[in-house]
Every structure is written in C-alpha cells, then in structure tokens.
Ligand binder design. Structure first.
Ligand SMILES: [Zn+2]
Length: 266
C-alpha cells in the first residue's frame, strides 16, 4: 500500500513538473524548452518595437514601404491571416530583425544591398522564422527561471539598465543597444531552413538566398555589418541552404501551380 501511495505521489509530482516545464517542438521537429508564456514574450516584442520606432528614424509611406509589405505579406499569408507589422528604418547598414508579437524591422541599407525581391525575401523569411520557432523565448528560458524571466520582461523599456539590456539582447535587439549577442548556430540553421521553405512556399526563387548571402559576405568585407556580427558563419549557411535547395525548388513549383507568383517591385 505504501509503495502504491509512493508511486501515486511520484506520478503527481512528475505531472506537475511537466506542466511547469514547457517543452515545445519547432517546425523542424526539434524539442525545445519554453518557459515564458507566449503573451508575455509577445508583449516584450511589441514594447521593444514601439520604443525602437520612437527612438529611430522610420519611413511610413512610399514605394519602399509598399515593397517590404508586399514581400512580407506574400510569405506570412502562406501560414496565417494574422497581420505582421513591417517598418522601414532609415539606416544604411544592411540589416533586418523580427520580434515576437509579429513585428519586423527592415533597414533601408538592406534594400540598397539586395538586387531583387527574392533576395530580400530570403532575409525577411529568415527573420520571420526566428519568431515562428520561438527562439527568443527559448533563449530566455535557457538562461532564466520563469520568475526571473517575468521580472526581466518588465524591464524591456529600460535599455539603460543591465536587466533591460539583457532582456533586449535575448529578444534579438542587442545590436541596437550596443550589445552583440548572436543567435546560436542551431537557431541560425533552423531559421535558414525554415526561411528557405517559407520563401519557396510563397513563390519566391529560393536560389536567390545563396546569392544574398554571398552579397552579405562581400558587404561585410567592406564594413563590418551588424547583421553578420549577430549572424555568423555564412560559409556554413550557404552549405546548409544548398543541401535543402532541391526540396525548396519542389515547394516553389507547387507554389507556382497554386498561382503564388508575388509581384513586389521596389
Ligand atoms: Zn538569424
């Protein structure tokens, strides 16, 4: 009887532990630790984005604003009807970022660097994939317990404090506040594979992703770009993209058959 009681208690304890410790699965089938509630992490992204828009110069109208919206919508509409806010930041460095809460920032320098909508789609697709795969939440969960994470999220609007800096860098915005905290190679690889799939499903040419990374590497030789400081190892990146290219090309053919042929012009 005592043994049975012990087993029952053990089951109860294990059950409560498993509901506390969130284990999720990404679209690539990888198990990940997710502790922060989704609405909390989304709110962090929304607040950080709001602050960044207020602090930096942005464009709200014009052909380039329509251009980045066209590319983003072509991709997000393949998996959701929910809207994503895309903002054009006046900044010469070729960079882009996405935040939980469906927020995307594009630097004007990235539009200058890219030759066509497909190359821009490669970067935007990569950034959207960081959000879809909950990478910010995972990074926060790996470093902090739930209570600490919640406390940290309340400091998101205080970039001058250590906790505020930590929160912003875990979210993926460190570069904007002078801290470089790269995504891990695992997260980068995952965002590359998911991003490639996303652009192909939307009807963009996935092969342009390789041209894009060559261009980024070249740009990095001229002046150290923030994007490559936070997104290292483009040789490895191109290798991974090449491995997944045959699958992506099949997806693009299917997209064409579904009449997904985005006409986004700068
Ligand atoms: Zn990345």
């Amino acid at each position: 009887m005592k043994t049975l009681y012990f087993i029952l208690r053990l089951i109860l304890v294990l059950a409560s532990v498993s509901t506390l410790v969130g284990c999720a699965t990404t679209a690539t089938g990888r198990q990940q630790l997710i502790l922060m509630p989704a609405d909390q992490i989304n709110q962090m992204g929304i607040t950080a984005f709001q602050d960044l828009k207020a602090a930096q110069k942005i464009l709200t109208t014009g052909k380039n604003v329509n251009y980045i919206n066209c590319i983003t919508q072509a991709m997000t509409h393949t998996f959701t009807n929910a809207s994503w806010e895309v903002v054009l930041f006046v900044n010469d460095s070729p960079n882009a970022f996405a935040l939980p809460g469906n927020k995307i920032g594009i630097h004007s320098g990235l539009i200058t660097l890219t030759d066509n909508p497909d190359q821009l789609a490669a970067v935007i697709g990569h950034e959207i994939s960081h959000v879809l795969a909950r990478h910010s939440n995972e990074r926060l969960s790996q470093k902090f317990a739930l209570q600490q994470g919640l406390m940290l999220s309340s400091k998101i609007s205080a970039p001058n404090t250590q906790l505020g800096k930590t929160a912003l860098s875990l979210l993926g915005l460190g570069g904007h506040y002078g801290i470089i905290l790269p995504f891990s190679r695992l997260h980068e690889q995952e965002a590359d594979i998911l991003g490639l799939t996303l652009m192909a499903k939307a009807g963009f040419d996935p092969q342009q992703s390789i041209n894009l990374w060559h261009k980024m590497a070249q740009a990095n030789k001229q002046h150290v770009s923030e994007f490559l400081s936070t997104h290292p190892s483009y040789h490895h990146r191109i290798e991974i993209l090449s491995q997944h290219m045959p699958t992506a090309l099949v997806l693009r053919e299917k997209a064409k058959a579904l009449d997904r042929n985005p006409h986004c012009t700068p």
